[in-house]
Design a protein around this ligand. Structure first.
Ligand SMILES: Cc1ncc(C[n+]2csc(CCOP(=O)(O)OP(=O)(O)O)c2C)c(N)n1
Ligand SMILES: [Mg+2]
Length: 368
């Protein structure tokens, strides 16, 4: 017999307070980014938004295949945590963090090469679009297994310390992935070792179709920090000014030897989990409420109010970037995929008639 569900099951997250407060409302003037910094932050957020909108469009045209995840709605967090970091600091981003890659100088051309799986991409056309990495940029390319980047980030911090490099490490994890065992092991170890790491929970209300109301029972995910003996706080993840400030303070704390920070960035996933998902399970009213918190529009409103840009400037920048992306898409599209033999290199073991599968005895020895 089919199981009957009540109309309001599962319990959905509460909508955000409307209207949203002005950007950076609670922040003293001396902690605000400078006007030049605000404009640079805006450039990265706009770039992230337009690159990802283009990726969605290309997916709809079947020119991009496979998983197609975006950080639309999450740009203030992805850009805000990366922006205040120094070049020697290491970023360990995940699947909603296009903005972090772009802050570090990843070009749109490189992004489209990766998504089109071109031979010229960093992974030689052999890996998924979102597994962006970049040699020499101090970004660790992600793997898909949830929460598995957390121990990697902690390992990087430990290795940097052992090498005597004063580097800070920033990594992200979803609300869903925060329920996995690696989250606990990583935060505990980092706190015990007082490693300079910022753990950012991108708390975007859903993990696939599971709402946060079914994900955790504590009031705020930042409350968990106390249990590990580290500093933790919540931040409005759609307010880039507050996110930059929280990340800056986390860095200062870490570099003073005070250990890791847990930042619960409250945001909203403004699209389906991936583009194959029509997100029908999210109530329309929730989307509507969150659309008032659009991180890019909130920043643009502030830029105009502060006379750092006019609405005509904003339009011009969008248009110029659109043209740059057209060119980058065309250039990457025209490039070849890896040739057959090359595509299999490093992926499959070369076929060799004389090879016999290992029995296990080679490694463990005979038990007799
Ligand atoms: C160990 C593991 N289990 C399941 C998946 C499939 N999966 C990918 S993303 C995802 C949901 C993640 O939700 P959350 O952590 O909240 O991050 P979000 O996608 O919302 O940013 C799932 C179940 C996976 N990649 N790895
Ligand atoms: Mg989530």
């Amino acid at each position: 017999m089919p199981r009957r569900m009540s109309a309001d099951y599962p319990p959905h997250p509460a909508p955000p307070v409307l209207p949203p407060p002005p950007l950076g409302a609670s922040l003293p003037a001396e902690r605000w980014p400078s006007p030049d910094e605000l404009l640079a932050i805006h450039r990265s957020m706009l770039r992230a938004r337009l690159v990802e909108e283009r990726i969605v469009e290309l997916y709809r045209q079947n020119r991009i295949t496979g998983g197609c995840y975006s950080g639309i709605g999450n740009e203030a967090t992805a850009v805000g945590i990366a922006f205040p970091m120094h070049n020697e600091d290491v970023l360990v981003p995940t699947h909603r963090d296009m903005g972090a890659h772009l802050v570090r100088g990843h070009s749109a051309l490189e992004v489209f090469r990766q998504y089109f799986k071109r031979a010229s991409s960093q992974t030689g056309g052999k890996d998924s679009g979102l597994h962006l990495g970049r040699e020499g940029s101090n970004i660790v390319g992600m793997i898909s297994h949830l929460a598995h980047m957390l121990p990697v980030a902690v390992g990087v911090a430990l290795a940097e310390r052992q090498k005597g490099n004063p580097a800070f490490v920033v990594t992200t994890v979803g609300d869903g992935a925060s329920s996995l065992g690696d989250f606990h092991e990583s935060l505990n170890f980092a706190a015990v070792q007082k490693l300079p790491v910022l753990f950012v929970i991108e708390n975007n209300q859903y993990a696939y179709s599971t709402p946060i109301t079914l994900q955790y029972a504590c009031e705020r995910l930042s409350d968990r920090a106390k249990g590990y003996g580290m500093f933790g706080e919540d931040v409005d993840g759609t307010d880039v000014v507050l996110v930059v400030d929280a990340a800056r303070r986390a860095r200062e704390r870490g570099m003073r030897g005070e250990g890791p920070t847990l930042l619960n960035a409250v945001t909203m996933r403004m699209r389906g989990h991936s583009e194959h998902d029509d997100f029908k399970y999210v109530p329309k009213a929730l989307f509507e409420a969150w659309s008032a918190y659009d991180p890019l529009l909130r920043l643009e409103k502030r830029l105009v109010e502060q006379h750092l840009a006019t609405t005509a400037d904003l339009e011009r920048w969008r248009e110029a970037l659109g043209i740059e992306l057209d060119r980058a898409v065309d250039e990457a599209w025209a490039e070849p995929e890896p040739a057959g033999a090359e595509a299999a290199r490093d992926v499959y073991r070369r076929w060799d008639e004389s090879w016999t599968p290992p029995t296990g005895a080679e490694r463990w020895g005979s038990s007799s």
